[in-house]
Design a protein around this ligand. Sequence first.
Ligand SMILES: Nc1ncnc2c1ncn2[C@@H]1O[C@H](COP(=O)(O)OP(=O)(O)OP(=O)(O)O)[C@@H](O)[C@H]1O
Ligand SMILES: [Mg+2]
Length: 499
Amino acid sequence: MIQPLLEVKKLFKSFSSNHVLKGVDFNVRPAEVHVLLGENGAGKSTLIKILTGAYSLDKGEIYWEGQPVKINTPIEAMEIGIATIYQELNVIEELTVYENIFLGRELKNSRFSLLNRKQMIEKAKELLVRLGQNPLLATETLGNLGMGQQQLVEIAKALILEAKLIIMDEPTSSLSGREVEQLYKIVDQLRNEGIAIIFISHRLEEIQRLGDRITILRDGNSIDTVEVATTTPDEWIELMVGRSLDEKFPKKDFERGEVGFSLRDFVVEAGQEPINLDVHYGEIVGISGLVGAGRTELARAIFSADKRVSGKILINGKEKKIKNPRQAIDAGIAFITEDRKSEGLLLDLPLDLNVCLANMKKFTGRSRLLDLKAMKEQANNYIQDLQVRPNNIELNARHFSGGNQQKVVIAKWLCTNADVFIFDEPTRGIDVGAKVEVYRLMNTLVDEGKVVIMISSDLPEILGMCDRVLVMNTGRITADLPIAEATQEQIMKAATIGL
Ligand SMILES: Nc1ncnc2c1ncn2[C@@H]1O[C@H](COP(=O)(O)OP(=O)(O)OP(=O)(O)O)[C@@H](O)[C@H]1O
Ligand SMILES: [Mg+2]
């Protein structure tokens, strides 16, 4: 029996009447990647927030290297050797890499208590090399680096603290393909150095690649802990949702109709090649490419969230004058953003208002009063369809888990009755079961005669749900493939060609 590094026994946590953790048991061994897997709202983030001292526990015990411990604050967690890489990175873009690494624990010259920059830079270079990076990055301004490298700075911070356990909550969800590979290598290396990792992810391929053991949470209970090597993803899904999942991609074939949406000579940024594209009724068009390929920029320009240089937008054959997001909505465009926190939701308003907010007109009667009953009904329908948990439309958005917030963003746009739906990474952070519901809703939209465009970095999802895929690379469309002819390799090639 290996002595666990961390052991959690019968952990309970409630938010008022919402019982979120109901006696969770699990343990983490030194030098293992321990995955927490569970549906949206199962309690994963809450559990790790307790382990890092951000939340207090109601009941239960935590043991560290065999000794009972109390973790009351984030500082106490750091002191015993637990570090966390949150999804929203905790870095300052204006500072250099080494300044970020040493933020709050600067090395000083003892005599004059001046900052010892030279020593900090040296130490930062050492850490960067250990993480497989160019040491010269140490003095680079952090804001100039990509998400992947910024995340490495967080990991370097954990190493400075000599953390024995590093917790990563959906760390790959905002990384590009290459950055993801790099993170995998670093996780492997940390494990080789004897560091334990708690890894939260909804991507089953990733769990297979990285995980040693998985603890499955269902509805606040720890259902089981299994070895990755001796179990299959289908078995994990069954433990997670309590039943097996018949089909991951409920693709339906509709008859391809007329062109419903077009871009003509559309230039997002000065100097870029103009984009021309047509999307037909009856098809789902995927846009693939690496993070930074210009996909989100294109969507934002269509929605006029950012100004475009030139070009026309046609819906159902008619040119639409769109100069700002209001006009885009009026023209019938829905843009479901990937960034639910900053663009999607009003966190301190209840779900029903969040869902109906983009379309208040629909719920305003002749008396100019809001039809609250109709709003609640509409919101409730979508919340049921998308399996939002808890299914209480009166709770403020802030109180929902990450994946459930994403579902509310989707519901909000469905409610607008738009003609053109542009989904940007719609299933990011959404669990396997609920993903299927999102795909079904896309089918319904196509069936109702809507234009559906899906930007996604998830290749299986593109191949599983789309009829056609466009690949973008540095602001250009480098491939346009019918799905029947598209392969992962081809898409990757078009996404990286010339880079
Ligand atoms: N601050 C809070 N106040 C009230 N309820 C909360 C709060 N934070 C979380 N909850 C509730 O706790 C439950 C678990 O949420 P948690 O964020 O732990 O889920 P999760 O497993 O991380 O889900 P996801 O996969 O969507 O990230 C949810 O029902 C959520 O509504
Ligand atoms: Mg979470």
